[in-house]
Design a protein around this ligand. Structure first.
Ligand code: 3PG
Length: 395
């Protein structure tokens, strides 16, 4: 049993599902190129314990996921087929890909499905009823199994038919990944050991403002980088050049206390005339950015300062890289701090697509105690918002 926001959450271990047909909702929204090449499988691997356990208990699995945002239309580039192929390689067993789950042929096939078999349905967002949380659609989906397991933490902030609607129609519970996510994030929200530091950065500022506001009160320090740092510097009256920031909200002061003593913005920054590999860069003080500059990373003094601050931390929550890490030249600040965290004894949690990609590329996933598969979902959960996919399991 996992506990989320003070609520007990039943998992597959509690429900003891055996020799049954089980619908498993996962979030295999992985990056795929137009040619069907899968460049990451972090989320697929993260769901493996649930799938393996259900298979070991003699169940048949009907796996459902979304991929991208096809807006209710069938798009070849967003097919689940490459994902089914990768899943098959990881499970070391055949995964039958079901292109049209609602055809008579597919329904007949699923009715004769045997123990230990696995199938994966086509991208569930190809049907517009999914995002509308249409009840009839949820009912149609529920006929594919006797039980429903939600292991899609990354999509549980969406009130969609295969996430929220369906779990009201079948005996339902959480998968092991979902349970692990809520355990780790709950520790950040309710059981932090101090000193507790939060790092908020990345290319988008909007979702992080609420978290900055919250953690200024709960943490011992909130360290900022990326778009949110630029936005705070801008609202304090400093030039940020052409850097990414939350421009819609010029007056951030109205949203939260940007002068809080617990809020740490970069002391120095790396600037570049272009966001491109080989564009060249310079170190500048936060107050010395020119109108034509892009802030692309934190500077060396900031790195040293942040590393020193985090040295004695007992809990660290990190969301979003400190620089434009897609470009290797601008990832030095983020990497220097992650490498310094290798020696830290703090309980460390991170997440978000860009951070996960960077950690994987540099084989640094193991530095953290938990790497969340959620992007937006992680931010919403930490902000204390109710998640429809989790709420639906609280029956
Ligand atoms: C994600 O990648 O954050 C999840 O899969 C949710 O995707 P969405 O933002 O398109 O709902």
């Amino acid at each position: 049993m996992a506990t989320t926001q003070g609520i007990k959450l039943m998992t597959i271990r509690d429900l003891r599902i055996r020799r049954a047909r089980v619908i498993v909702r996962v979030d295999f929204n992985e990056p795929i190129s137009g040619r069907g090449h899968l460049s990451d499988d972090f989320r697929i691997r993260a769901a493996m314990p649930t799938l393996m356990k259900l298979l070991a208990d003699g169940n048949q699995l009907v796996i459902i996921s979304h991929l991208g945002r096809p807006n209710g239309k069938k798009r070849r580039t967003m097919s689940m087929k490459p994902i089914a192929r990768r899943l098959s390689a990881l499970l070391k067993r055949r995964v039958v890909f079901i292109r049209d789950p609602f055809s008579v042929r597919s329904r007949r096939f699923l009715a004769t499905f045997e123990e230990g078999r696995v199938c994966m349905l086509e991208n569930i967002r190809f049907w517009q009823e999914e995002e509308k949380n249409n009840l009839q659609f949820a009912e149609k989906l529920s006929r594919f199994g006797k039980y429903y397991v939600n292991d899609a933490f990354g999509a549980s902030h969406r009130a969609h038919a295969s996430i929220a609607g369906i779990s009201r129609l079948l005996p339902s519970c959480a998968g092991l990944l979902l349970a692990r996510e809520v355990r780790a994030l709950d520790r950040m929200c309710h059981h932090q050991r101090h000193p507790f530091f939060v790092i908020l950065a990345g290319g988008k500022a909007s979702g992080k403002i609420e978290l900055a506001k919250k953690f200024i009160h709960e943490a011992d320090g909130v360290l900022l980088g990326g778009a949110i740092a630029n936005s705070v510097l801008m609202s304090r009256g400093f030039e940020i050049g052409r850097s990414v920031a939350y421009h819609e909200m010029k007056n951030m002061k109205k949203m939260f206390n940007v002068s809080s003593q617990k809020l740490y913005t970069p002391l120095d920054v790396i600037v570049s005339p272009r966001i491109a590999q080989g564009a060249g860069s310079a170190i500048k003080l936060y107050s010395g950015v020119a109108a034509h500059d892009y802030i692309v990373d934190v500077g060396p003094a900031t790195r040293r300062f942040f590393i020193k601050m985090l040295k004695n931390a007992r809990t660290i929550l990190w969301n979003g890289p400190l620089g434009v890490v897609e470009i290797p030249e601008f990832s030095a600040g983020t990497l220097a701090i992650i490498n310094a965290l290798k020696r830290s004894k703090a309980y460390k949690v991170t997440g978000g697509g860009d951070t996960v990609a960077l950690l994987q590329k540099h084989r640094l996933v193991g530095v953290f105690d938990h790497v969340s598969t959620g992007g937006g979902a992680m931010l919403e959960y930490l902000a204390g918002k109710k998640m429809p996919g989790i709420e639906a399991l609280r029956k």
